[in-house]
Design a protein around this ligand. Structure first.
Ligand code: NAP
Length: 325
């Protein structure tokens, strides 16, 4: 009997091909939430779940999936998955750290650059036949000799730091724990408050968790320089969106460039979109052909290892397997 593998959203063709060859593979490709009745029937039979960010993997879902042996997701973040609930049931959860570092760091640095030089605004001028009126854009600001403060200097944060250093920026960072390799990386550890007060660009690059939800609130924005540019490539919910809107409107900070928002997708009539000191991309940090294929194939490797009861290449809760044994 082939295992039943279900996917709650679209999976890259390269992974679909592999999964179809070894399993009864069912994929919901309609966008949004899978239809309730169909999804419940799939969960009932599923040996493995290829989860996507549009669903929550929680107690309620797990209770409907009595045969489930493994959950995998093609992302490094897993804030939509209740890891404790999976661990309690002995279900390992696989994610995709590492393979998306460069693509996401490129996007983050692109947003830093756009917030400084307004490339997107320049293009709008040209497209609208307003080249001659480009002075209305004003001037941008240099990256060289400015301070980039990275909150969450992990794999992606370190890769952004390297890009920023190539533009001759100084990099400071804040994690819960100082990195032992920070001198080698050429970055300086500071407190959260010092980072906010001294950075010209503040990049949020840390995971969403109970501790980080709403971390960037009125207090945080009030501590930043009025010339500061805030960039979020982590998760929308680490920012209090109303506070960010106030900070931009009242010019507590100069600019925001976001790849992630709360909510997502951002509705077309959202008040943030009425501001002229913000730019937003639609959560495309890892969205390149090569990276998405690499993420999908790592997800498949995780899934196959999980089904076989073997250690996954990238597992969030390896203790789940011991629990089951
Ligand atoms: P990572 O290597 O685990 O790095 C996360 C860093 O955040 C660590 O250095 C960690 O250091 C720090 N951190 C964790 N909790 C913190 C807290 N409460 N306060 C301060 N620092 C904290 O993860 P990564 O691979 O770089 O990815 C980071 C996040 O980026 C992911 O979780 C994901 O949500 C997001 N992401 C977004 C996209 C996108 O498309 N926009 C793409 C990929 C990833 P300590 O443990 O010492 O605190």
């Amino acid at each position: 009997m082939k295992p039943v593998i279900i996917a709650s959203g679209k999976v890259r063709p390269v992974a679909v091909e592999k999964l179809q060859s070894i399993a009864d593979f069912r994929m919901y490709a309609g966008g949004g939430q899978p239809p309730e009745e169909m999804w419940a029937a799939w969960l009932q039979e599923a040996d493995a779940l290829y989860a996507t960010g549009n669903i929550r993997v929680d107690e309620a879902l797990l209770a409907k999936a009595p045969k489930l042996k493994v959950v995998v997701q093609s992302s490094v973040g897993y804030d939509n998955i209740d890891i404790d609930a999976c661990t309690r049931r002995g279900i390992p959860v696989g994610n995709t750290p590492g393979v998306l570092v460069d693509a996401t760091a490129d996007l983050a640095f692109g947003l830093i650059l756009c917030s400084a030089r307004l490339l997107h605004v320049g293009w709008e001028h040209v497209k609208n036949g307003a080249w001659g009126r480009r002075k209305s854009m004003g001037f941008g600001v240099d990256l060289a000799n400015k301070t980039l403060g990275i909150v969450g200097l992990g794999r992606i944060g370190a890769a952004v730091a390297a890009r920023a250093q190539a533009s001759r920026m100084k990099v400071v960072y804040h994690n819960r724990t100082q990195r032992p390799d920070d001198a080698a990386l050429g970055v300086t550890y500071v407190s959260f408050d010092e980072l906010l007060a001294t950075s010209d660009f503040v990049l949020a690059m840390l995971p969403l968790s109970k501790a980080t939800e709403g971390l960037f609130d009125r207090n945080a924005f009030a501590k930043m320089k009025p010339t500061a540019r805030f960039i979020n490539v982590a998760r929308g919910k680490i920012v209090d969106t109303a506070a960010l809107q106030e900070a931009l409107q009242e010019k507590w900070i100069a600019y925001a460039a976001l790849d992630v928002t709360d909510p997502e997708p951002l509705p077309g009539d959202h008040p943030l979109l009425t501001l002229d000191n913000i730019m937003i991309t639609p959560h495309i940090g890892s969205a390149t052909v090569e990276t998405r294929d690499a993420m999908a194939m790592l997800t498949v490797e995780n899934l196959l290892a999980g089904l076989a009861g073997q250690p996954m290449p990238a597992c969030v809760n390896p203790e789940a397997v011991q629990k089951k044994a």
